[in-house]
Design a protein around this ligand. Structure first.
Ligand code: DX5
Ligand code: ZN
Length: 209
């Protein structure tokens, strides 16, 4: 199981990114919120662009924003492997995915807990990753929604049906050692507070593998 660590709940980002650099985590999950698509707002680009100073890990960028255009341009200039946009935003999703790809970055489509999986079918031929939200997007430290387990199973089924074997399934929100059994059908998990609020990052990462 790949592990992507979110530092959204960190109270000292430079310190925690340096600590994560010494673990074997696969990605750093970067949560970006615009105060429009979700209520909260995260640090501006002028501060976020400095994260490359503290980590050599590849970034898995999660855009919880209603207009991703400028964020895609900015984050593609960092050490980014994935940029994920939400399926619920207004605008032409396929053209945003094309924009991500134009920077040679892998594209992800995220789906909120109450969004029907049928809604993402049109985008599947163009994406590399599906991000299943197991909490309502907007803040860290929430509880895992158990029905996400069935949602992942359905998506797995859908990918088989459409013979889209290269798309990976990622899950985000409330992932810890108690909820990881509900993530077994995923290829990757995002975990934030469970790791960054602990005193041994590597142990917690090991417990999710
Ligand atoms: C929620 C974010 C998540 C979150 C994960 O809106 O997208 O990435 O920070 O943090 P935990 O693991 O604390 O739920
Ligand atoms: Zn996230």
């Amino acid at each position: 199981m790949k592990v992507s660590v979110s530092f959204l709940s960190s109270d000292n980002i430079p310190r925690d990114l340096k600590k994560l650099n010494d673990t074997d985590c696969d990605y750093i999950h970067v949560d970006i919120m615009d105060g429009i698509f979700v209520k909260n707002k995260t640090m501006p680009w002028s501060e976020m662009k400095n994260i490359y100073k503290y980590t050599d890990k590849r970034l898995d960028v999660h855009l919880m924003v209603s207009d991703p255009t400028k964020y895609i341009k900015n984050y593609s200039s960092l050490n980014t492997e994935y940029i994920t946009i939400h399926s619920e935003i207004p605008g032409d999703i396929t053209s945003y995915i094309r924009l991500i790809k134009s920077y040679n970055i892998k594209a992800g489509i995220a789906i909120k807990p109450n969004t029907n999986i049928r809604d993402i079918i049109p985008y599947l031929p163009y994406v590399d990753l599906i991000l299943v939200m197991s909490v309502e997007p907007g803040e860290g430290g929430q509880e895992f929604i158990p029905s996400s387990y069935d949602k992942v199973k359905e998506i797995r089924h859908l990918l088989k049906e459409y013979k889209l074997n290269n798309i990976i399934i990622n899950i985000d929100g409330g992932v810890n050692n108690n909820t990881k059994s509900m993530c077994v059908d995923c290829d990757m998990v995002v975990s934030g507070s469970y790791i960054v609020k602990s005193d041994n990052f590597q142990n917690k990462i090991d417990s999710l593998r």
